[in-house]
Design a protein around this ligand. Structure first.
Ligand SMILES: [Zn+2]
Length: 463
């Protein structure tokens, strides 16, 4: 147990989740206190039980035990579903008779990191709700009781649910890279049972991540997958992040299909049967998304970046699907509206198998602009928000520019856009640019370069 509430660092309570370094800001005492706070909050909101799961990290077993004990000490019952991907935890909160769950995961972060993603009463909690848990710990505002611990096997049920929903009209050959993350416990077999031939890359769960970082949003982590897709002459490649809620996609020729273009494909597929569907996308996504969705009768709505925020917006708008440039895709059509890379992979295979054309031809119909990936500018956490405010205050991008400050600063021009925003989880500003052609892209980059360097000439810009 924590000797003193001050033994817990406020820095681990982040925008969308709790995340710390094991042995420094996160240990069994800290996670026990988080269990106490979460259990008390769930009880106060009228829940009587909570689902708990963990990813494949080395610190998982010990931290999970402490988390469960913290929860039980409040009197809430715990259903432990063991080592599963994050989407399986979310799935459990839809089918096990409780709508609250807590996932012990460090997602794609380095080996010694860990943390939790939380759902209370069907709502992914973020922002002030996460700070409220910190407040509870400071005030020791905990319920006292003795909950019961039960175990439940969820993987079979999850797989059966997907197999009953998705059918492939023809056989596909897939290379799958789980990056030694926890998706490996279910994704390869599930995709095989759908009827695809699967070549596995790094699908054994290993918390040391000995091959590459389990983060498909970074192109360098896709190079093994690209090579194997080409060597095996596969139809496509799929990559999962460390906890299975983000998907990377590679064509037979080895080209990366970034998540915003994946989202366009899914939106078009949904619009065929659900003509007025709403589609939620984050500020980092391509502007072609809104264009294509509107042209096909749907409504596209931009929102701030953050998996919890997109999930909340989907619920609020009763949107059919949502997605983020980082790779989170949320199907609320035939599925539950949470981010699930394994279900997303199944839906992608369904579309490809039904279409008959190869993956590259299917995506050739979806507009592809000149764009950069997400670029990072190093900036201390203490500095970045004030810098962002100064940038917004001084921004003058000319008369044809449309400024959007919903999340950082996105400036849309007739030929493209640029974005600078604060990462909520890392000490960086995140930048992205998109334009119709290379010269437009260069112009937009130059405008942003000028404004950023005017505010701080020492900045090291990656563009
Ligand atoms: Zn993840």
């Amino acid at each position: 147990m924590l000797q003193h509430p001050h033994d817990i660092s406020p820095t681990i309570f982040r925008a969308y989740d709790i995340r710390g370094v094991v042995g420094e800001t996160l240990n069994t005492d800290v996670i026990y206190a988080i269990g106490q706070a979460f259990g008390s909050e769930a009880l106060d909101q009228g829940e009587t039980s909570v689902v708990v799961a963990r990813d494949g990290r080395l610190s998982g077993p010990a931290l999970s035990k402490a988390l469960i004990n913290g929860l039980l000490s409040t009197g809430i019952h715990v259903i432990n579903i063991g080592r599963v991907p994050t989407p399986v935890l979310y799935f459990a909160t839809h089918v096990l008779g409780t709508t609250s769950g807590i996932m012990l995961t460090g997602s794609h972060n380095p080996v010694d990191h860990n943390g939790v993603k939380m759902v209370i009463k069907g709502r992914a909690i973020y922002g002030d709700d996460i700070l409220m848990l910190y407040q509870r710990i400071q005030e020791r505002k905990f319920c006292i009781g003795q909950g019961l611990l039960t175990h439940e096997e969820m993987l079979t049920r999850y797989e059966e649910r997907i197999l009953s929903d998705v059918q492939l009209k023809k056989k596909l050959t897939v290379v799958m890279d789980c990056g030694n993350g926890v998706a490996g416990v279910i994704a390869p077999q599930l995709i095989k049972h759908l009827g695809a031939d699967v070549h596995e890359l790094f699908c054994e769960v290993d918390g040391n991540f000995p091959n590459h970082h389990p983060d498909p949003s970074q192109e360098e982590n896709l190079s093994d997958l690209i090579q194997m897709v080409i060597r095996k002459k596969a139809d496509l490649g799929l990559a999962f992040d460390g906890d299975g809620d983000r998907l990377g996609v590679v064509t037979a020729a080895g080209d990366v299909i970034w998540p915003d273009r994946q989202l366009i494909l899914f939106a078009l597929d949904i619009l065929k049967t659900n003509p007025n569907a709403k589609v939620i996308y984050d500020v980092k996504s391509t502007r072609y998304l809104a264009e294509v969705v509107h042209k096909n009768g749907g409504q596209a709505m931009m929102c701030k970046t953050g998996h919890s925020i997109v999930k909340a917006k989907i619920k609020e708008e009763q949107a059919a699907i949502g997605g983020e440039m980082s790779g989170h895709i949320f199907f609320n059509d035939r599925w539950y509206g949470f981010d699930d890379a394994i279900y997303t992979a199944a839906r992608l295979l369904e579309i490809i198998a039904n279409d008959g054309r190869d993956v590259a031809s299917i995506f050739a119909d979806i507009p592809n602009s000149c764009s950069t990936p997400e670029l990072k500018i190093s900036m201390e956490d203490e500095e970045k928000f004030a810098f962002m405010e100064r940038l917004i205050a001084s921004a003058d991008f000319g008369e044809d520019a449309i400024l959007n400050t919903m999340d950082g600063l996105r400036v849309d021009f007739s030929y493209g856009w640029g974005l600078v925003r604060c990462s909520n989880t890392t000490p960086y500003l995140i930048v992205r640019f998109e334009a119709d052609d290379e010269s437009g892209l260069a112009m937009i980059k130059a405008k942003f370069r000028k404004h950023l360097l005017e505010l701080d000439s020492r900045l090291k810009l990656p563009f």
